[in-house]
Design a protein around this ligand. Sequence first.
Ligand code: NAI
Length: 335
Amino acid sequence: MTTVTLIPGDGIGVEIVESVKQIFTAAQAPIVWEVELAGKSALESKGELIPESLVASIKRNKIALKGPVETPVGGGFKSINVTLRQMFDLYQNVRPCITTAGVPTRFTGVDLVLFRENTEGMYSGLSYYDERLKIVDSISRISEQGCHRIVLSAFEYARKHGRKNVTVVHKANILKRSGAMMLDAAKEIAKDFPEITWNDKIIDNMCMQLVVRPEQFDVIVTSNLFGDILSDLCAGLVGGLGVVSGANIGDGVAIFEAVHGTAPDIAGKGIANPTAILRSAILMLEYMGEKELAKKIYKAVDNTLDTKEERTGDLGGTANTATFTQNVIKNFNSL
Ligand code: NAI
């Protein structure tokens, strides 16, 4: 049994996390959940957005599943997601975007995984304001070590998962030094992965290519800001933030998360779609080495999404969160 820190989060977080718990219990996943609060719910009950007990729990368990959290606007609150990524040096943001037969989209055959550098670039937090001139300088800090470890992660992932190509996305024609740093890392690292081909694309061309012929891409690796934008673009290719998984991974610590928000407009109504967090939990199972079980639950979710009536309302179905959950369990048991 592995103890996992479970952060239900705010809004629909509690509802979608309950769905994961029920499905994982039915599937006999070898997990013990340790529930911890974060975000608005933690602020209300413990007076802190990120309580010490949560940090201690992640340090102890080294693996967490996180629902969406609300960071109150104003008051100098720093994003909880950004804080946790920096606190645990979770430098890889991993977002698989794969077409689901039952989810209607403009494209078929999309099967890509995006690696976004998660700690540097425009998110370095370094910014200077010149009150006199009314000018802000925001520093995009890129390090050789940062480029090296994210590119290496992408190649290692490709090897481990039998993927064939890595595309490095940059803007080296204009941002010459930072772009070159990532390209240099790729040139060096690729020598140790002769079975994997690689190419590079400038970010603007990449955006165009992705919305014209997304099926040509396999593993993509890029910097923090480009990755932030591309990851949502790629999610849109396969049905949106409600169906894609996400992970923040460091050396030895990983937080898997629902990438959508707290959906305050539907919170408490019991109609939220738990697919995104469920798929993140499946990614977590894979990371834990439970590959067969992960594959089986993924298939049960796929089969549920294939049947219109079994889907939740946001995907044109008639199920609510509870019936969707029961449908996944039924489909799991019939595999
Ligand atoms: P949102 O993702 O919460 O909602 C956008 C729209 O998508 C809404 O109409 C909502 O009902 C729908 N939606 C989202 N997830 C859904 C699901 N699982 N099932 C069915 N419908 C779903 O984005 P919004 O409204 O911009 O943000 C709301 C709050 O969430 C804010 O406080 C924001 O800070 C927070 N947030 C947290 C994130 C995180 O913790 N990872 C990410 C994005 C936003």
